[in-house]
Design a protein around this ligand. Structure first.
Ligand code: FAD
Length: 292
């Protein structure tokens, strides 16, 4: 099922992101965690894609297995900057063969090696090139792109970022998924700006439940996200107590999601980090709200 059809539904819904194993030996434990998340019957699930390397194939394999065994529609991520046109074409063909209808087209992060070259030998420079390729393929994909309520770290300012985002959407995005954010006002302001700029596709807010103190530093490094004082106080108070931080992190994410629903958002994507108890904890908190 295409995400655009899922998003047309008016009832409130959530979905989960999972990631494939980084090493082959972790495959079984990741598989078990991902299956437990699929058993929660989300509206859909997404599977991230590594930046090159031998475990990339797991993205498509996991997406196919979950879709076939659990009937959960899947969104496969695909990044391009560390890849070649041939490798990307092979992956697009594989996704088509596997019946994966939804693809999140990403550039991928630049590695230190990328930053030491002028880019003239890269096959891809921006996600919009991958969007165009997916659009031109015979896969009939529903195509998504990433967006950044707090602007992408490489962009000079919000105007430049939104101008490039508009180019990416015009290249063929059917929807956008946001980077994590911890203050919903940042999302509301971003939505206002992109609608003003003529970007009309559905935007899926991405919520990252921070359930242990170690995640905080990683999340900030990865996303550059602003941490509101209310959130910092929670980490300061409960960060050394794993059980308390788990409960507080689930509560904070739930609070963000309820506020989004209350303000007209109908679908939220949760970065569940392969953690079924976090995914289930949030779902439990929302049981009467989303009617599951
Ligand atoms: P782009 O859309 O290409 O944008 C990157 C930068 O280039 C921005 O600053 C943009 O403004 C600028 N830009 C775009 N077009 C132009 C142009 N024509 N000229 C000049 N500048 C331009 N990474 C992974 O490796 N695997 C994943 O599975 C993954 N999943 C993600 C999911 C989400 C929801 C998000 C938000 C990010 C994800 N990432 C993933 C990380 C992502 O790859 C990085 O954030 C990366 O740095 C940018 O990717 P992009 O697709 O947004 O790139």
């Amino acid at each position: 099922m295409k995400l655009t059809d899922i998003l047309k539904k008016e009832e409130l819904s959530i979905s989960y992101e999972v990631f494939p194993p980084k090493v082959d030996t972790a495959f079984e434990s990741v598989k078990t965690a991902v299956e437990k998340i699929a058993e929660l019957s989300p509206a859909f699930m997404s599977v991230t894609y590594g930046a090159g390397g031998g475990t990339d194939r797991y993205t498509a394999d996991i997406a196919r297995d979950i879709q076939n065994r659990f009937g959960v529609p899947m969104l496969a991520h695909l990044s391009c900057v560390s890849s070649t046109r041939n490798a990307v074409a092979d992956m697009i063909e594989r996704l088509k063969q596997y019946g994966i209808e939804n693809v999140l087209a990403l550039r991928g992060d630049l590695t230190p090696e990328h930053k030491n070259t002028d880019g003239s030998n890269w096959d891809y420079h921006h996600a919009s090139e991958l969007v165009r390729e997916l659009k031109a393929s015979d896969g009939d994909f529903c195509i998504g792109g990433a967006c950044y309520p707090e602007i992408h770290p490489e962009s000079a300012d919000s105007k430049e970022d939104i101008r490039h985002l508009k180019e990416k959407v015009d290249a063929g995005c059917d929807f956008l998924t946001t980077q994590m954010f911890f203050d919903n006002n940042l999302l509301y302001s971003f939505l206002y700006k992109i609608r003003e700029a003529g970007i009309t596709v559905p935007v899926l807010p991405g919520i990252m439940p921070i359930t242990n103190a170690r995640q905080v530093e990683r999340a900030i490094k990865l996303s550059g996200s602003f941490m509101p004082q209310r959130f910092k106080s929670i980490v300061d108070r409960f960060g050394n107590d794993d059980a308390a931080m788990l409960q507080a992190g689930i509560a904070y994410a739930t609070d963000q999601i309820i506020d989004l629903f209350a303000n007209g958002i109908t679908h939220v994507h949760i970065y569940s980090m392969n953690n079924p108890s976090v995914a289930a904890g949030i779902l439990n908190n929302l049981s009467d709200i989303i009617g599951k």
